[in-house]
Design a protein around this ligand. Structure first.
Ligand SMILES: [Zn+2]
Length: 307
């Protein structure tokens, strides 16, 4: 019987679900808006419904599914399936998601932080394929990160490593959703960029427009992206000194700002990191786009031996 993997990428605004074959080839995918699920239970039910839906839509039975990989937007104990908390979705604290899902559906479930999965996907089959040590960073509402050491995800003692977005960059500063203060996420997250753009242009302006203006040479827009690149570059220079990575792969919506952002990032990291590490590291743009999370979740299931 042909076996398939189901992948889920749960975000604050979208739930993506994918069906993969054993070679991690995407066979089908669906996406649904999760903004309407105010409660934790609504979100859990939507996971269950979307699994059933993709099986039915592809005329498969439960026996065809070798495992389900789930990417989650916060620190998660990947071994036990306990969600510690989601910084940007309220109501989740120490939730045993594995227990809940296996009580409803008879599958093998595997869990991982979504930024770790994006990093894993880009490292295995995306922009960072062929390297050995590196980091992934996703720029969006939140700033997520993952670390690859000697070809493996580095998870840390409580499986919460890689939170690059929560490197503090100032002694004092605004408090962060993570409980800390002056984290890089506060300075380069979507909301901060949008607020700044509104102040500078004296009207609401989307990130897409801000990128377009900058590409056309609008100096105010260029300055906003340069500030983002410099701030982020300073934080990444610290991470580069610590880990001496081959690559940093940058993805997420804000990374679409393109050349101005990447040029500034590269220049700042090179200027601010120590010479050996700064000269060696390659800062590259992610290439798997919004599918990176579901691809990573499928790779996770395969790595855990469920196929
Ligand atoms: Zn933080």
């Amino acid at each position: 019987m042909t076996k398939y993997i189901i992948s889920i990428d749960l975000g604050g605004t979208n739930l993506r679900i994918g069906l993969f074959d054993q070679k991690i080839k995407l066979k089908d995918k669906l996406s649904l808006n999760t903004k309407r699920f105010a409660s934790k239970w609504g979100l859990i039910q939507s996971i269950i419904d979307s699994i059933k839906l993709i099986i039915k839509k592809n005329k498969l039975s439960n026996d065809n599914i070798s495992g389900v990989g789930v990417g989650l937007p916060g620190p998660t104990d990947y071994a036990s399936g306990i969600v510690y908390f989601f910084p940007n979705i309220p109501g989740w604290r120490n939730v045993n998601l594995k227990k809940i899902l296996t009580s409803k559906l008879n599958f093998k479930f595997y869990f991982e932080n979504d930024a770790n999965l994006m990093t894993l996907a880009e490292y295995k089959i995306g922009a960072a394929a062929g390297y050995k040590n590196g980091m992934g960073i996703t720029l969006g509402t939140g700033v997520g990160g993952g670390v690859i050491i000697n070809g493996e995800l580095f998870r840390g003692s409580k499986f919460a490593a890689g939170e690059i977005g929560h490197l503090p960059i100032n002694e004092k500063g605004p408090s962060c959703n993570c409980g800390g203060r002056a984290c890089i996420e506060i300075y380069v997250g979507n909301q901060r960029i949008l607020n700044k753009a509104k102040r500078v242009f004296k009207k609401e302006i989307s990130l897409e427009d801000l990128s377009r203006f900058a590409a056309r040479g609008n100096l105010k827009a260029v300055k906003i992206w340069r500030d983002v690149g410099e701030r982020l570059g300073i934080a990444l220079a610290g991470a580069v000194n610590l880990l001496n990575p081959d690559f940093i792969v940058v993805g997420g919506g804000v990374s679409r700002a393109g050349k101005i952002l990447f040029d500034t990032l590269r220049r700042t990291v090179k200027k601010r990191a120590m010479i050996v590490q700064g000269n060696h590291v390659k800062i590259i743009k992610a290439k798997l786009g919004v599918d990176a999370g579901i691809i990573g979740a499928a790779i996770l299931v395969k790595q855990r031996g469920a196929i």
